[in-house]
Design a protein around this ligand. Structure first.
Ligand code: SAM
Length: 260
């Protein structure tokens, strides 16, 4: 494994510096935001449960950024397009430096919607995964309640109605460029196209999660919008909702794909 990401988009020194600075700001915001940490604990807990079903082989997180996974899943190998001191490797999701069939699981937490070519990532995933190997994704879900919040109150764009397997962002893009709609499109309106293109990747699960608790946590830019006791009440109330309710009220999705 080299320190340079094989086949990676050539980033400028300035982009690398800004990316590392962003990781640092997100780590600081996360430390100061108990609501956000509680949500991440729940989501990484779900990812950990899925990982227990993976076959033997390396378990890697791609696009680990600030590296929160380390707290919840210590044995996951952390990687990113821009390596920070807490990452194990520097690599790009669209060119994975692993042997065919050698990987047990790939975790992407808020990364798929940042990839310049989701198609290149899924081809690489299907090449490197062992039979039964997993791709575990935790991503934004654009639904009726979340759409206006993501569209008008979040800095990243939402571009609906673009086939994610045929949209390519600029090759020299910044690692934080995004289309928040990619996961929703891929496992919603464009699912049949995905299944035709990658028949070897069986879609095992697409679950919508987290209602207003997510925006109310304030994310990384604002800090919690309500006192902690009220936030906990909201999370408890959401836990009583039937799963189907999150198709309407959800802000997040957990998707699991299995290599046949
Ligand atoms: C929104 S951040 C998510 C970081 C982290 N997973 C988290 O949830 O806190 C997106 C991450 O994806 C990384 N990234 C973007 N393009 C990538 C690529 N082609 N390969 C690997 N990582 C990439 C960025 O550097 C950044 O760390």
């Amino acid at each position: 494994m080299t320190s340079e990401a094989a086949g990676a988009v050539p980033l400028t020194e300035q982009q690398r510096k800004e990316t590392l600075e962003r990781f640092r700001r997100h780590r600081e915001a996360w430390q100061q935001n108990p609501a956000l940490r509680a949500l991440y604990a729940d989501w990484y807990g779900r990812i950990g449960s899925e990982l227990r079903k993976a076959p033997p082989g390396r378990k890697l997180e791609l696009g680990s950024g600030p590296g929160f996974a380390r707290e919840f899943i210590p044995d996951l190998e952390l990687t990113d397009l821009v390596r920070a001191e807490w990452h194990d490797h520097e690599l790009s999701a669209d060119s994975l430096p692993f042997e065919n069939g050698s990987v047990g699981a790939l975790v992407l937490f808020d990364v798929l919607h940042h990839l310049s070519s989701p198609r290149a990532f899924f081809s690489e995933a299907s090449r490197v995964l062992a039979p039964g190997g997993l791709v575990i994704l935790c991503e934004p879900y654009i639904g009726p309640l979340s759409y206006p919040v993501y569209k008008f109150l979040h800095e990243e764009p939402v571009r609906m109605f673009k086939d994610p397997l045929h949209q390519e962002m600029e090759r020299t893009k910044d690692p934080f460029d995004a289309n928040q709609a990619i996961p929703t499109l891929l496992f919603g309106p464009y699912r049949a196209g995905f299944e035709r293109t990658f028949p070897e990747l069986r879609i095992d699960k697409v679950e919508r999660l987290a209602g207003l608790s997510y925006p109310v946590s304030g994310g990384f830019s604002r800090g919690p919008l309500v006192p902690q006791w009220l936030f906990r009440g909201l999370v408890a109330a959401e836990a009583k909702l039937p799963k189907a309710a999150f198709s309407l009220f959800g802000f997040r999705m957990l998707a699991v794909l299995e290599k046949r």
